[in-house]
Design a binder for this molecule. Structure first.
Ligand SMILES: [Mn+2]
Length: 328
């Protein structure tokens, strides 16, 4: 475990800090990265602070955060003497970087995934924390109060990773931190409007089709989004952020699954959501994925319909039995 002071000591030995996060960044990934960018830019004036997020993958609803900061391009080359600060990323292969050789770089790994592989030279992983943004907020408070920009970013990260304070990792600590962030200038109305009320009608039409065509097995609901559906509704994969949360927002579902076909359905992105009684981190591990007990995911390099059949079999064999047993 690291303290803010320790992180400060570590980065003293480098002339540049490159902040990075995971593929298909969600609200928490973007928010925690942006917050670190603000904090380090402020006190490390003699160092270069660079932020890299694949700009093509930033969901529309979080652009209000990234529009205010400078993000380096894909062909960016850091100075010879730099360190990576990785946020919200469970394993090294999930990191998205500009064109650099990660094997030669020191990494500080700050995260909250219980599946985190501690891939950094230094690791600060709090597995029971709601979000990388909450982990970050606690570290920042050891140093000093939040600026308004930091507070806005971190509130957004906590809000989205807790499903608007509804998932099981929402603790009294989380809510206290949200309160401190609001006191520091985060505007809950403005942030919620951006994060949740800016979806296009095309998004809702896609969701309607996904619900209409969903597969339901006992208390498991599976949405299947094909590449063709994305084209039909003129949507990108990055527009689908939060879609998986709709699978469990009804009283019939305990476990929700969203399968998205990528590259013409040749590869499959899986998201798993649970109301908390079923461990989806464990479930995702069957396909080398991971995450949290109530939210996890996996990328499977096989066609969508092959994966769908396999997941349906797994659901039939294991999930239903397990949930029946849990209820007894
Ligand atoms: Mn997160």
């Amino acid at each position: 475990m690291l303290s803010f002071e320790k992180i400060r000591e570590i980065i003293e030995d480098y002339s540049e800090i490159l902040i990075v996060t995971h593929k298909k960044p969600d609200g928490d990934a973007i928010a925690s990265s942006v917050a670190w960018y603000y904090r380090l830019s402020e006190f490390s004036v003699n160092k270069k602070i660079s932020l890299y997020i694949n700009s093509r993958e930033i969901p529309f609803e979080y652009k209000f955060l990234t529009d205010k900061v400078k993000i380096v391009q894909d062909d960016y080359m850091p100075s010879s003497d730099y360190i990576i600060l990785a946020l919200d990323t469970a394993s090294k292969d999930r990191l998205v970087l500009p064109q650099i050789d990660i094997e030669k770089v020191d990494i500080i790994n700050i995260d909250h995934h219980i599946s985190n592989e501690n891939f950094g030279r230094w690791n600060h992983v709090i597995g029971n924390s709601s979000s990388a943004s909450e982990v970050t907020a606690k570290l920042f408070l050891e140093h000093k109060k939040f600026s308004r920009n930091e507070a806005e970013a971190l509130y957004l990260g906590i809000l989205t990773d807790t499903g608007q304070f509804s998932y099981s990792l929402t603790s009294s600590e989380t809510l206290k931190m949200a309160s401190i962030l609001v006191e520091a200038g985060a505007d809950p109305v403005f942030i919620s409007e951006n994060a949740y009320f800016t979806k296009s009608l095309a998004y809702w039409k896609l969701l309607a089709q996904a619900i209409t065509e969903a597969t339901k097995i006992d208390n498991v609901l599976i949405f299947c989004i094909t590449s063709e559906m994305l084209i039909k509704h003129d949507m990108k994969i990055s527009d689908l952020e939060q879609l998986s949360s709709y699978t469990i927002r009804n009283r019939e579902t305990e476990l929700g699954i969203v399968l998205v076909g990528m590259n013409n359905d040749e590869t499959t992105k899986c998201s798993f959501r649970s109301k908390g009684r079923f461990d989806v981190n464990e479930f995702a591990r069957r396909w080398d994925g991971g995450g949290h007990k109530s939210a996890s995911g996996a990328y499977i390099k096989r066609p969508l319909f092959e994966v769908k059949n396999e997941i349906i079999s797994a659901v039939k064999e294991i999930c239903c039995d397990k949930m029946h047993n849990n209820r007894q």
